[in-house]
Design a binder for this molecule. Structure first.
Ligand SMILES: [Fe+2]
Length: 226
């Protein structure tokens, strides 16, 4: 991220910040993210622990008043950002329960004219990869109903899969990003354990242009200070 020119305005970390939710793991992540020159917005994935995540980032005011779930809105930019929390403690599957869906509905209803990007950990769409579709997002159909009612949503971007995938979904675009750590294989047959690939880390770069909409670039790194 540091090598990108021009530097992005923000970094969105779409969950699974650590492997086991442990404080010592978050300490490393917090130290690393503190070197970024731009704000970084974090959300939990299935490997995270909400309380340890909050404690690791006491300097991030957006985490302070999120209540039961780590979901929040960032209204500081031309593109409105909505962060969702799909974590179910102790489970690989994700969920948007009725309380989280009601919160999303309310946030979208309060700014229907603002171009909006939603970011979350578990993709709400079927990926075609059995191992990930077997730990899919409960509540995704209900989320889709909400999304369809709000044309201001430019995209729904997700993590979890460690691969770049995109699809049309309920009137918007939904995608997963490559991982800044390891990648997972494009295994469309197996549903058992998968092993990380020795592929380069990657990510997605988004450019928001009021007249041109949201442009997405998937990129990989060959190493170094990226
Ligand atoms: Fe995950």
């Amino acid at each position: 991220m540091k090598a990108l020119r021009p530097a992005p305005d923000v970094v969105l970390a779409t969950g699974d910040l650590v492997n086991d939710g442990a404080p010592e793991q978050y300490a490393i992540v917090a130290q690393t993210l503190a070197t970024l020159p731009m704000p970084c917005y974090v959300i939990p994935g299935n490997h995270d622990d909400r309380e340890n995540l909050r404690r690791a980032f006491p300097d991030k005011p957006y985490l302070a008043d999120t209540g039961e779930f780590v979901h929040y809105v960032v209204d500081d930019y031309p593109l409105r950002l909505i962060a969702l929390d799909t974590l179910v403690p102790g489970r690989d599957k994700g969920e948007l329960c009725q309380r989280r869906l009601a919160w999303l509905q309310a946030r979208l209803a309060e700014a229907p004219q603002r171009p909006t990007l939603i970011f979350m950990h578990h993709p709400p769409f079927a990926t075609g990869l059995p191992v990930f579709d077997n730990m899919s997002l409960r509540g995704s159909a209900d989320m889709g109903e909400i999304i369809r009612q709000h044309p201001q949503i430019e995209a729904v971007i997700c993590g979890h899969v460690h691969r770049s995938i995109h699809t049309r979904w309920n009137g918007t675009v939904a995608c997963t990003a490559p991982s800044i750590s390891f990648q997972y294989p494009m295994d469309m047959v197996g549903s058992g354990k998968i092993e990380p690939l020795k592929e380069n880390p990657g990510g997605r770069l988004y450019i928001w242009q009021p007249d041109g909409g949201l442009i997405a670039h998937a990129f990989t790194s060959t190493g170094g200070n990226w």
